[in-house]
Design a protein around this ligand. Structure first.
Ligand SMILES: CC(C)(COP(=O)(O)OP(=O)(O)OC[C@H]1O[C@@H](n2cnc3c(N)ncnc32)[C@H](O)[C@@H]1OP(=O)(O)O)[C@@H](O)C(=O)NCCC(=O)NCCS
Length: 175
């Protein structure tokens, strides 16, 4: 990409960027799964309000990154540093909770750049286990994670409004 890509950690003052990116990228990725658009809108209100994102960025346990192209925010990622997998893995683990890029920027190395920033943080914190949830039908994301040595270790369901989604749990080990 000729444009100027910057990946930087997000601060509380970036909450509006993240909330807007969160809503748009979730809609672009999963919006077609919702038969009732109100379910999606209610989910945005509870999960991606500016207030909710502000308090999430402020938590010591979370790290957010923003991807900017020519100073415009086009993607974000979130790491939850302490997020045990309980029954599946009786060891400390962090969670790659979000990695989303606006659709016009997918396939342009923004996703890998965000993921590398997050991996660097995991290594610096000496965390050995990083897990995530990925929708079983999200083939592009599954391929993206598999390229980086995430392996399926389980599955779970998640319900939003009237829709129930089927996820794999992927785990990556760090030395
Ligand atoms: C996941 C995401 C951050 C990855 O970033 P990206 O820019 O797509 O990263 P890459 O281009 O390196 O990886 C995508 C891979 O999937 C492949 N791919 C692209 N479109 C695909 C499709 N429709 N089906 C299957 N694979 C696809 C690409 O070819 C690439 O693999 P390759 O490098 O072997 O060619 C980005 O795709 C994204 O934001 N997706 C929407 C949000 C999302 O699904 N987030 C994850 C939720 S768990």
């Amino acid at each position: 990409m000729d444009d100027n890509l910057i990946i930087r950690k997000a601060e509380v003052k970036d909450a509006e960027y993240i909330a807007l990116l969160g809503q748009i990228t979730f809609d672009e990725t999963f919006g077609h799964h919702f038969r009732d658009r109100n379910d999606l809108i209610n989910y945005f209100k509870s999960t991606f309000s500016v207030e909710k994102i502000r308090s999430s960025i402020a938590k010591e346990n979370n790290v957010f990154w923003l991807a900017l192209v020519n100073d415009l925010p086009i993607g974000y990622a979130k790491l939850k540093k302490f997020s045990p997998l309980e029954q599946l893995l009786p060891a400390p683990a962090a969670q790659l909770q979000k990695i989303y890029v606006l659709k016009d920027y997918i396939g342009k190395q923004v996703g890998p750049a965000l993921q590398n920033a997050l991996f660097d943080e995991v290594k610096a914190l000496k965390i050995s286990n990083l897990w995530l949830s990925v929708l079983k039908t999200n083939e592009r994301a599954i391929r993206f994670y598999q390229k980086n040595n995430f392996k399926s270790v389980g599955e779970h369901l998640f319900t939003v409004g009237k829709e129930t989604f089927d996820f794999y749990i992927f785990l990556k080990k760090f030395e």
